[in-house]
Design a protein around this ligand. Structure first.
Ligand code: GCO
Ligand code: MN
Ligand code: MN
Length: 387
């Protein structure tokens, strides 16, 4: 029996807002009391997590006085120190306050955009003071309900201007901070700009320093758009742009359900973990999810344990997949290598001429079977625990 005990080396993290979620939803009041951030740090350390993440206002209330801020930050630092924990990622809450109801960096009101920059700079200072090296931007309110309201071309330009401002701010301060931009298709806005990982990757290349910026993809967000999350993450990995990841589970295309990692779509979760592990992803594994609204605090910690345990079980399954003789034999038949042909697919005039003249047996190509039914069934049996 394998050991599925989470350890700091696994780099599991939780946001204060995830285990701290009080179960408010659009239809109902909170069902759990707020857990103080210092207690969250202590409990997560006990459970084997590596670190925590926060929005500025998860820790410091938006209307705190400077003295209150200093006391809260001091106590939080002490808790991190006492429990050998760290702040891995920081982010700005640019969505809760009514001032942001039309967005932050893309609000039609320049005062709101400027205030969003001010708030982000303070939040970046806070995150850096607490030791974070990754800074997430989730544009929750950057969107519209009606396209009568906003010029979407102009909105993207404002978005870029603000991101560039903060890139230069970070450099100017001498901070060593990377930005991870998180796409989401909708909710809380009717539509959110830069809705998918692909859109975000394209936007990043237009920023003043693309090398400082990567993506923070979230399982639920791509699934809301009906997309294959593993493919989205693969595209980010292939460009060295996976700076952070938000793990959770989602029934396809619904609202952002934020279920415990692996609670839905086990096969999807398996291929995601396999992708991360096979490609040596070395960043944090952040669970941006929360316990079912039915749970009390005990249920919250069961939820947190479940996220990490499922990840480790799937990681072990991925190792077994990679070592399973039958699966590997089948894969080596399926993924044939042909060195000469591969070479011919690099463009040169000679190769173009060679390919144009090459006699391919089209009927034979069409007639062959790829054995994916067998491969998928073997995968399922491995996941279901019978092999
Ligand atoms: C959501 C988002 C957020 C962000 C968080 C960090 O759908 O609410 O996933 O949880 O990840 O604000 O930026
Ligand atoms: Mn998220
Ligand atoms: Mn989300």
């Amino acid at each position: 029996m394998s050991d599925y005990t989470p350890k700091p080396e696994h780099k599991f993290t939780f946001g204060l807002w995830t285990v701290g979620n009080i179960g408010r939803d659009p239809f109902g009041e909170p069902v759990r009391p707020r857990i103080p951030p210092t207690r969250i740090v202590q409990k997560l350390a006990e459970l084997g997590a590596w670190g925590v993440n926060l929005h500025d206002n998860d820790l410091v209330p938006i209307d705190a006085t400077p003295a209150e801020r200093d006391r809260i930050v001091r106590e939080f630092k002490q808790a991190l120190h006492d429990h050998n924990m760290r702040l891995v990622m920081g982010t700005t809450n640019l969505f809760s306050d009514p001032a942001f109801k039309d967005g932050a960096f893309t609000s039609n009101d320049p005062k709101v955009r400027a205030y969003a920059l001010q708030k982000s700079m303070h939040a970046i200072d806070l995150a850096v003071e607490l030791g974070a090296e990754i800074y997430v931007f989730w544009g929750g309110r950057e969107g519209t309900e009606t396209d009568a309201a906003k010029d979407p071309v102009q909105a993207l330009q404002w978005y870029r201007e603000c991101m560039n401002f903060l890139i230069h701010y970070v450099k100017d301060q001498g901070y060593s901070l990377k930005f991870a931009l998180e796409p989401k298709p909708n909710e809380p806005r009717g539509d959110i700009f830069l809705p998918t990982v692909g859109a975000m990757l394209a936007f990043i290349e237009t920023l003043d320093d693309p090398s400082m910026c990567g993506v923070n993809p979230e399982v639920a967000h791509e699934h809301m758009a009906g997309l294959n999350f593993t493919h989205a993450v693969a595209q980010a990995i292939e460009r060295n742009k996976l700076f952070h990841i938000d793990l959770n589970a989602q029934k396809l295309t619904r609202y952002d359900q934020d279920f415990r990692f692996g609670a839905e779509d086990i096969k999807g979760a398996f291929f995601l973990v396999k992708l991360l592990e096979d490609n040596g992803y070395n960043g944090p594994r952040h669970f941006d999810a929360h316990a079912y609204r039915t749970e009390d605090e005990e249920g919250v910690w069961e939820f947190a344990k479940g996220c990490m345990r499922t990840y480790l079980i799937l990681k072990e399954k991925a190792e077994r997949f990679n070592q399973d003789p039958e699966i590997q034999e089948l894969l080596s038949q399926i993924r044939q290598w042909d060195v000469e042909l591969q070479e011919r697919m690099h463009y040169s005039r000679e190769n173009a001429a060679w390919l144009k003249a090459h006699p391919f047996d089209r009927a034979a190509l069409g007639a062959q079977g790829y054995h994916y039914e067998k491969l998928d069934q073997l995968t399922m049996e491995l996941l279901l625990g019978v092999r």
